[in-house]
Design a binder for this molecule. Structure first.
Ligand SMILES: Cc1ncc(COP(=O)(O)O)c(C=O)c1O
Length: 482
């Protein structure tokens, strides 16, 4: 652990050490039960007297943040007396852009092309850790052998029956009770988004999105000429008071939401928030498109999807295996109940007949063999570790004016930066040092954003450390000259 100290500050050194460790605990960068560096080691790395460290640890112990264990050293307390309240409290400004400016195509291209550069640190993409290649090879071989009869045939547009049964079973474990007949297997959830938006929305219609939101959805809305209302996110999800106001005044045709592990903020809404959102949708008869692409990647338990509360066939729910297995499989699914099912199925059919039988067979084999559950569980541990590495690196290298969300899963931290930073220049400078970031404005309707960036943490620890340190230096230089 490195603790930067300001030796010119009037604040005593032991209090600076105490403050830094306390902040790391409350932000989640240090986890309950984690061992702190020994007194000798911390004194050496921070170049201070051992008594200074003893004094800092003593205060942390008195505050209940750390515990001394006889003969083993100091540990972060299991029971935290006070957890820092979430600092995510952005301006609650509703955004209604004249025109949308999504640059999804450009940013996607840049990221995919950058991956061929050796040593690139890509914070801008949203892909899981490349974990379990050997297992995939075995499973893919078995899957192809099992479906050998169907390999040379077309499939039904709704997808393979066994896979739909398995997905229904998986969703039941998440608290969502659906039948295989209410599922359509899609070519990634991106296709589900496209089908649903085209079903509910016509050119000129109003659509509610969270701001910030998923840039891929903004691009779809732009393409069909929808008019967008960006309702600000709060620490607890979309601002529902503002939502109600705009449901009343604009009669939108669709509400798009990511209730679990929202992209880009990582926020998961509570059961109460989900219920109130659905109540508003019912009151104003506005369908909800619930896109929970990151649902499988939670560290803590999450409430059942909004779709589980829906008695009026007002919610279409989307999921994907892109974030838990791999995006290249292109296997996602839609849960659709009631009238829209048949039309959406026909649209899927007209779009591409059906999703790849080979990809479906691989996912099905993962689910049948129990490997999926184990794979996702391992992935969560790997991601929890890399999230913590990123939190620590941010504490160490980023300017104190920056703040970030501490998501309980998913792939991203949402970092709010000080005002007036030239984000495009910063992105360019970072890229010249092999670090690829996305400008936060990408995630807002009309790119009307406060300064921010989304950082994907599913990278190797050394890459995270290098990338955050590089970015931190660039940001500090800009702030010095501002
Ligand atoms: C919120 C959200 N929805 C949908 C998608 C599309 O995922 P896919 O089409 O790979 O399933 C993404 C991908 O990044 C996403 O972040």
């Amino acid at each position: 652990m490195r603790i930067p100290l300001d030796r010119t500050s009037s604040q005593p050194i032991y209090l600076q050490i105490r403050d830094r460790i306390s902040r790391m605990i409350s932000s989640g960068a240090l986890s309950p039960g984690e061992k702190l560096p020994s007194i000798r080691c911390l004194a050496q790395t921070t170049k201070v007297n051992k008594l200074t460290v003893i004094e800092a640890y003593g205060i942390l112990e008195a505050e209940g943040l750390v515990e001394a264990k006889q003969g083993s050293g100091y540990f972060v307390s299991d029971a935290q007396p006070c957890t820092k309240p979430c600092t995510f409290a952005p301006d609650q400004k509703v955004i209604i852009p004249d025109a949308n400016h999504p640059t999804f195509f450009d940013s996607y291209y840049t990221a995919i092309q950058a991956h061929s550069q050796p040593g690139i640190v890509d914070f801008s993409s949203g892909i899981p850790s490349p974990y379990g290649l050997e297992e995939l090879q075995k499973i893919a071989r078995r899957a192809v052998t099992k479906i050998s009869d169907g390999l040379f045939n077309y499939d039904l547009p709704e997808g393979e029956a066994t896979l739909r049964k398995q997905i229904a079973q998986m969703l039941l474990q998440r608290g969502l009770n659906v039948t295989p007949e209410q599922l359509i297997i899609t070519n990634g959830s991106k296709q589900g988004l496209s089908l649903a938006v085209n079903y509910f929305v016509r050119s000129g219609d109003w659509v509610i999105v969270e701001s910030p939101t998923y840039v891929g959805l903004l691009a779809i809305l732009e393409k069909i000429g929808a008019r967008v209302i960006g309702i600000p996110m709060t620490a607890g999800g979309m601002n529902l008071d503002l939502l109600e106001k705009y449901l009343h005044s604009h009669h939108p045709r669709l509400i798009y939401t990511m209730s679990t592990l929202h992209n880009p903020t990582g926020i998961t809404t509570s059961q109460a928030h989900r219920q109130r959102l659905l109540d508003l949708a019912i009151q104003y008869q506005c369908p909800i498109l619930e896109d929970n692409a990151y649902e499988g990647l939670h560290f803590d338990a999450v409430p059942p999807p909004i779709k589980a509360l829906d008695q009026e066939n007002l919610v279409v729910h989307l999921g994907t295996f892109s974030k838990t297995l791999m995006p290249g499989l292109r296997v996602g699914y839609m849960v659709v109940t009631g009238d829209p099912y048949q039309t959406l199925l026909e649209h899927k059919f007209f779009s591409d007949l059906h999703t790849s039988t080979v990809s479906q067979a691989i996912v099905s084999e993962y689910l049948a063999s129990g490997h999926y559950r184990r794979h996702v569980s391992n992935l969560r541990s790997v991601h929890l570790h890399s999230r913590n590495v990123m939190l620590r690196a941010l504490e160490e290298h980023f300017p104190p004016e920056a703040s970030w969300t501490v998501p309980q899963g998913g792939l991203f931290l949402w970092i709010t930066l000080p005002e007036n930073l030239p984000m495009r220049d910063i992105r360019q400078q970072a890229f010249s040092q092999q670090v690829l970031i996305s400008c936060g404005s990408l995630f807002f309707p009309g790119r009307q954003s406060y300064p921010a960036t989304r950082a994907c943490f599913s990278l190797e620890p050394q890459a995270i450390e290098y990338g955050i340190a590089t970015l931190g230096k660039i940001l500090k230089n800009h702030l010095k000259t501002a």
